[in-house]
Design a binder for this molecule. Sequence first.
Ligand SMILES: Cc1cc2nc3c(=O)[nH]c(=O)nc-3n(C[C@H](O)[C@H](O)[C@H](O)COP(=O)(O)O)c2cc1C
Length: 204
Amino acid sequence: MEAAEAKPVVIKVAALCGSIRKASFNRGLIRSAIQISEESINGMEIEYIGISGLGMVNTDLEVDGTFPPQVEEFRKKILEADSILFSSPDYNYSITAPLKNAIDWASRPPNCWADKAAAIVSASGGSGGSQLHYHLRQIGVFLDLHFINKPEFFLNAFEPPSKFDGDGNLVDEEVKERLKGVLLALHEFTLRLQNKHSKDVSIV
Ligand SMILES: Cc1cc2nc3c(=O)[nH]c(=O)nc-3n(C[C@H](O)[C@H](O)[C@H](O)COP(=O)(O)O)c2cc1C
């Protein structure tokens, strides 16, 4: 009898964009990440999860441990994901209000972010959103989110020549390669984290 072929492990990545602007550069980074994963990374499925319809966090809307329907759906998507890809500009040197709102909703008990791997990419002005990375990492400490450290990905979206077209699509091949590097690191780190979790640890 032929040995059964081992199924490749597929990790599910939830991709969140901190900008809800239609032609957002950061949303463009996510579209590119999805294309890269489909074309050249085995075992990685990235799904864009919208956050614009969530409504503002308000614990009055939690009834007997349930949440408004859109929040329930969002929380489920996060729970089902193995890892998270955040793509966001910085707003006034920090994370954007829509992203913080989404993070807060999914942090309500039971915390949906716990033990997941994560990566951050950013397209913004100035230093390309570097300040946002450190604020997001700090939030991750409390939520038990585990970020890859490297490669770092900050992109000044306004420096010529433009890396995006008018619809916010990433058109620069070198930047796509850098983005691929982040995805590969996230893939590897997610598997490492999960392997650790599944090991039997006994104290003698
Ligand atoms: C409220 C607000 C605050 C901003 N603050 C910063 C900032 O601190 N640093 C920065 O580089 N760009 C800042 N920007 C500019 C954004 O980085 C820029 O609009 C970027 O294109 C947004 O990303 P998006 O294309 O994904 O929407 C700010 C924009 C807004 C709307």
